[in-house]
Design a protein around this ligand. Structure first.
Ligand SMILES: [Zn+2]
Length: 385
């Protein structure tokens, strides 16, 4: 992660770079701020800068051997520590659901790296989702701390500096903390601890007293509006609205925009599809299904069927004059108002069942095109009754 790829924070970036150029890197630093303000991204960019073999005035080079490894969070002298169920970074035991069955031997590092690379502003809930954790409370435990200590005894592989990043240090179990306190106080030379939290009040005082504080402020609205208008096809007015809704939280912004783009596309597709189902002109239907099949994967078809269930629900609400439809945009509301005339308490169950069945068939690896055509004809006969 280079500094230039992190939104805003010019002042902190400059301060961090100065500590390197003026040779006063503090060995233990605590980055804290509200969720979505980019503490982890800044810590990684800082570590990358420190280890870069060809430092530029205001950023790491991004292309040297060290930078390339840092970009993938795969540098041998970088140790990542983060909360996990049961608190061990080493195994996936304790994870329920499909994940446990996946690639035995893989560890949480891969999940953590993947998440960071796809969205460096992710929060603890995203991490729970990634691990498919429902009720467990992930922690950083004694074994994690033991690992930190034993790794510190090894020589660095490639860099002058060894960096330990502890993400969500507030999840460090109090019984485990004494293990690393001494190290935080008197680390081995050229060892750097970068601790991250969104819950400053939950960090143990013994940790706070041993670290230098880096307060990461929220992004300003101007920074975020310009980020949105540059990255997405949104007007300034739309961008302002999104920033406000997100409470200046970049993680929320990314989700708001990416989910809404998805919903817009599903809506368009659903409306077009329903016109074809109404007629139905089978060759035209087949052509349309072939066309969407070119870009849609199984997950998209599943989302489409889920969206169909949502439309049925909205139609029932509309028919019952429910006010919860106020947040629909005009086009959606227009469609729901017309389509709801064909949805009633008799056919909605049969329709929902067909969408649910189609979802299951796709999960069981049936051909998406065949499932889609079959569903189209069934929907036709149900709504025409
Ligand atoms: Zn470099």
């Amino acid at each position: 992660m280079q500094f230039k790829n992190i939104i805003g924070h010019q002042k902190i970036k400059k301060q961090l770079i100065n500590t390197v150029n003026e040779n006063r890197i503090s060995h233990a630093q605590l980055f804290f701020g509200q969720e979505g303000s980019g503490e982890l991204a800044l810590a990684v960019a800082y570590a990358q800068y420190i280890c870069c073999e060809n430092k530029q005035e205001d950023d790491s080079c991004g292309v040297c051997n060290s930078c390339v490894k840092y970009e993938k969070l795969a540098h041998p002298d970088l140790q990542l520590v983060f909360p996990t169920p049961g608190g061990s970074n080493k195994t996936k035991t304790g994870i329920k659901g499909n994940k446990a069955k996946d690639n035995a031997g893989a560890n949480y590092y891969t999940d953590f790296r993947d998440l960071f690379i796809s969205n460096p502003y992710f929060n603890i809930d995203d991490w729970h989702d990634k691990l498919e954790i429902k009720n467990e409370q992930p922690i950083i435990n004694k074994d994690d701390c033991k690992d930190i200590i034993s790794n510190l005894n090894l020589k660095t592989y490639e860099s002058e500096y060894r960096v330990v990043i502890i993400w969500m240090v507030d999840k460090l179990h109090y019984a485990a903390a004494p293990k690393i306190l001494k190290t935080l106080e008197e680390p081995s030379e050229k060892t750097l601890f970068l601790l991250i939290t969104n819950n400053y009040d939950d960090v143990l005082n013994t940790i706070i007293s041993r670290t230098q504080m880096i307060k990461v402020l929220n992004h300003t609205s101007e920074e975020l509006v310009s980020y949105i208008t540059n990255k997405y096809t949104k007007s300034e007015q739309e961008a302002k609205k999104i920033v406000k809704l997100s409470n200046n939280n970049i993680n929320k912004i990314i989700k708001l925009i990416e989910n809404s783009e998805d919903t817009e596309e599903l809506f368009e597709s659903f409306r077009n599809w329903m016109r074809l189902c109404w007629k139905p002109n089978v060759p035209e239907l087949v052509e349309w299904i072939d066309e969407i099949g070119k870009s849609w994967g199984r997950e998209k078809f599943k989302s489409f069927f889920e969206y169909g269930l949502e439309i049925i629900r909205l139609c029932l609400l509309y028919n019952n004059k429910n006010n919860n439809l106020l947040n629909l945009d005009n086009e959606e509301l227009d469609f729901i108002s017309k389509f709801s005339a064909f949805i009633n308490e008799h056919n909605n169950i049969a329709l929902s069942e067909e969408f649910n069945n189609s979802y299951t068939y796709i999960e069981r690896n049936a051909s998406a095109k065949i499932v889609m055509l079959d569903l189209s004809l069934k929907v036709h006969s149900i709504i025409k009754k």
